[in-house]
Every structure is written in structure tokens, then in C-alpha cells.
Design a protein. Structure first.
Length: 463
């Protein structure tokens, strides 16, 4: 037995060595240059000191449109549409209809462009529908019917004004009433993609006033259609007035700030446990954010309203809420398996293994970060890398000017395939300076986000 074992062992040694006693005769195959980049090459210096944000003017070649009743005004600027909806001029239905009327005058192909984008989004989110959009139609109708009456009327006025007689959901190049309603509810029915946000309190800034930034990332469309629809919307409605950085035709909330300086931004989370989607007893969180903006004068008050209604939302979501003096993240878990709805601030315990060393800054990505809530952060590369980038760039910074803040925020190089704070899907980057009480934004064009992007002055949120 021992003899046969020794023969077997010798044979295995010969097979393992393949007859080579060393590497003297081994010639490595030719390979191309590595595309790996040293860590130091991930960042580059940007220069915004002394460079004022661009103040765009209305384009002389495109007419400014004002509806006959004065309810809607659209100014066409180089990078975005400046829209004013005056609620003193009509009912919610009439305001929605006026907006639709003005949109068609400014951009006659709007219905076709939006319909095409909706179905690109639907097919990406639900690739197995095989042309049957009944479930999407049911979701849309249920969420829309659960809205407060004034919002329902506004959406129906918009749908009546933007569409012909088409009904139902069909990928046919014709925008139907149901599809026009879905335009307002994409985050609630179809969900968004990656986003991130950061706020610095006055102890970290040169002015002693808060700076808040948010990056919205979505599917831009096969031809980056969303990059042609950047919009600054002014809702003029007395004490319920607010300013929204959004997309052409959308009246729900993506990023917005009211006249009291309450800024609210959505960041999709989803469900760790893959809880089946249901519309039973559910309603739109984006329109609840709008309601909070219209009725709350403090960020924490707005966040508490969302927290107390989280069980009624269709998806888990983060909402960054800031004002001049305070900041928190409403972590809105929908089901018990996802955790507990709560407000996370600088004093909240974080997931084990998650590092944040500076309470002057509050960061949020596409996961809950509070200990005890569902963790899609510490093990998810897309989330944890962006979280760590924010940590490394900002924690410990003091005396930050708005210009220096922008330099840090845009310092990642884009000529690589690494996970970045600014991905290829950036829709907009919005910055709120609580010292001047003005907004700035980056609106990428159809060529995508620029290495050193141009910041545009969007004016005061108080007017």
C-alpha cells in the first residue's frame, strides 16, 4: 500500500510542476497598459474662487410665454426653463391646465418626448411586462386618487391640457391622460436611481451660515432627454409659496425650498427585504413633501410630518431636510423589516462599521444610515464609496466658502469607471447658500456632466 502511495505522490508532483524546475524559461505574454489609476489621480483641483455663478438671461430667439389668464409664465433660458405658476389667478385645475397650455406653446413636441422617456423608464424598471402595462396604470390611478383634492385637480387639469383624447397606457408615441398623470408620480410608481446630499452647518463655513448641496441622479433617457428639461419653478401661493428645481412639466417634488428656507430633497432607498410593491393604503411621498413645504416653517417640523406618515408610502426613502439652523434626514422605512421611521441627525448612532467623524456635516446616500434600520450602506459599494468620499473630502474642513465647497464637491475626476459622487446620470446639482439665501445649480446638457461644471445663479428662494 505504501509503495502505491509513493508512486501516486510522485505522479502528482510531476503533473503539478508540468516538468518545469523553475521560471528561467518562462516568457510572460504581452499585455496592454493597465487602466488602474493611483488613488492620488482620483481627484483634481477645481477653481471657483472669484468666479461668480452665471446669471442666465431669457433667450431672444425664443418667446417668453404667458397664458391669457396670467396663471403661467415660462421664460426660456439657455440651460433651463424658468416657470412661474401664480395660484392667485385660478383654481388648482386651472393652474394645471395653464401650465400644460404654456408647455405646448414653448415645446410642441413635449408630449411625444415625455411619452418616449416614460416607456424607456418603465421597460428598464420592469423588463418582463411584454407590453402589458395594466399594473403600471393601476399603480398610477391608485396613487393619484389618494392625493389631496387640490393636487388631483391640478394633475387632471395638466393632463386635460397636455393630451388629446387618448386613454390608457400604450407605447404608441401618443401621450394619454394616464401617462400624463404618471409624469407627476415617477418616484412613487417607478422609483428613482442614485442620489446623494450633504449639508454643512455654520461652524464649518466662513460665513457662519449653512450650506446645503444635493445631487439628483436618474435615468437620463436614451438620448439624455432629461437634460433638455431642466426647470426652475416658482410656486406663488401666499404663505404656501416655494421654489422647486425640477423637470419640465413636473409639479411634485425632487428638490425644493420654501420661502422660510426649508429645503427638502428626495433620495430613493427601496427595501432591503424586497417587500412586494403594494398600493393598499399608500399615497405619494413626493406630494406629501410638497404639502410639508407649503405648511411648515422649520425643517424638523417637515421631517416629523413625513416620519409620522411613512407607513403610507410605497417605497422606503430618505429625505434631507434643512433650514438655516437645523438639519436632519427623515429615514422613512415602510415596513417593520426595513426598520423604524426616524429622524437622523449629527447625534444619531450609525450602523456598526460606518464612519463619520465630523458632526458639522450631515451626509445622505441611497441607504438608511441610522443604527437599527436596514443597512444597504456598509456592504453596498455604490453607497459606501460615495459616503466615504464625502467623509474624506469634507470632514474636518473649516472656514469653507461657497467657492471652496464647490471645489471639493466637484473634485473627483470623471475619466474613469470608478464609483463617484457625480455619476453619468446626474440630472442636477443644487446648492443652497443660507448666507445670501440664494440657490445655485449645475444643469448638465446632453453631453453629460462636465469635469469643472458651470454653476448657474438661480436667484433668491424668498422671491
Amino acid at each position: 500500500m505504501k509503495k502505491w502511495f509513493m508512486i501516486y505522490a510522485a505522479a502528482m508532483l510531476l503533473l503539478t510542476g508540468c516538468g518545469r524546475q523553475g521560471y528561467a524559461d518562462f516568457n510572460p505574454p504581452e499585455q496592454g497598459a493597465s487602466d488602474l489609476k493611483p488613488v492620488a489621480d482620483i481627484y483634481a483641483e477645481r477653481h471657483y474662487e472669484g468666479i461668480a455663478p452665471t446669471a442666465e438671461q431669457a433667450m431672444e430667439t425664443v418667446e417668453t410665454v404667458i397664458t391669457g389668464d396670467g396663471a403661467c409664465k415660462i421664460r426660456c433660458l439657455k440651460s433651463y426653463y424658468d416657470v412661474t405658476l401664480d395660484y392667485s389667478k385660478g383654481s388648482p385645475y386651472e393652474i394645471g391646465a395653464a401650465y400644460a397650455e404654456a408647455i405646448v406653446k414653448v415645446r410642441g413636441n413635449y408630449p411625444a418626448i415625455v411619452e418616449e422617456y416614460l416607456y424607456e423608464n418603465i421597460k428598464a424598471a420592469f423588463p418582463n411586462l411584454a407590453g402589458d402595462y395594466t399594473a403600471i396604470e393601476q399603480r398610477t390611478n391608485t396613487i393619484c386618487n389618494a392625493l389631496r383634492k387640490e393636487y388631483q385637480d391640478e394633475i387632471r387639469g395638466f393632463a386635460d391640457g397636455i393630451c388629446g383624447d387618448a386613454e390608457g397606457f400604450s407605447d404608441d408615441g401618443i401621450l394619454s391622460r394616464g401617462e400624463a398623470q404618471l409624469i407627476q408620480l415617477v418616484p412613487d410608481v417607478l422609483r428613482g436611481t442614485a442620489c446623494s446630499a450633504l449639508t454643512a452647518d455654520g461652524s464649518a463655513t466662513a460665513s457662519g451660515a449653512r450650506i446645503t448641496s444635493r445631487i439628483l441622479e436618474w435615468q437620463l433617457g436614451s438620448e439624455n432627454q432629461l437634460c433638455t428639461m431642466h426647470t426652475l419653478m416658482h410656486i406663488q401661493n401666499g404663505a404656501s409659496s416655494f421654489t422647486s428645481v425640477t423637470l419640465f412639466g413636473i409639479m411634485s417634488i425632487l428638490t425644493a425650498i420654501n420661502h422660510d428656507g426649508v429645503m427638502m430633497s428626495i433620495l430613493d432607498v427601496g427595501s432591503k427585504e424586497h417587500v412586494p410593491y403594494t398600493t393598499d393604503d399608500k399615497r405619494s411621498y413626493t406630494y406629501d413633501i410638497r404639502y410639508a413645504l407649503e405648511h411648515c416653517i422649520h425643517a424638523r417640523e417637515a421631517a416629523e410630518f413625513l416620519r409620522d406618515n411613512a407607513q403610507h408610502y410605497p417605497y422606503c426613502v430618505n429625505v434631507l431636510c434643512t433650514d438655516a439652523e437645523d438639519a436632519c434626514v427623515a429615514e422613512l422605512s415602510v415596513e417593520p423589516d426595513d426598520g423604524t421611521p426616524l429622524l437622523r441627525d449629527a447625534n444619531t448612532a450609525l450602523h456598526d462599521g460606518l464612519r463619520w467623524d465630523d458632526p458639522a456635516f450631515l451626509c445622505v446616500v441611497n441607504s438608511f444610515a441610522a443604527k437599527g434600520n436596514a443597512d444597504q450602506l456598509t456592504y453596498n459599494a455604490n453607497n459606501v464609496i460615495r459616503w466615504n468620499r464625502y467623509h474624506d473630502l469634507f470632514c474636518g474642513q473649516r472656514g469653507l466658502t461657497v467657492s471652496r465647497y464647490k471645489e471639493l464637491l466637484t473634485s473627483e475626476q470623471l475619466d474613469n469607471d470608478l464609483v463617484r459622487i457625480r455619476s453619468g446620470g446626474v440630472v442636477h446639482l443644487v446648492l443652497a447658500d443660507y448666507d445670501t439665501r440664494r440657490l445655485q445649480a449645475v444643469f448638465p446638457d446632453t453631453n453629460g456632466i462636465a469635469e469643472t461644471p458651470e454653476f448657474i445663479d438661480l436667484g433668491s428662494w424668498e422671491t
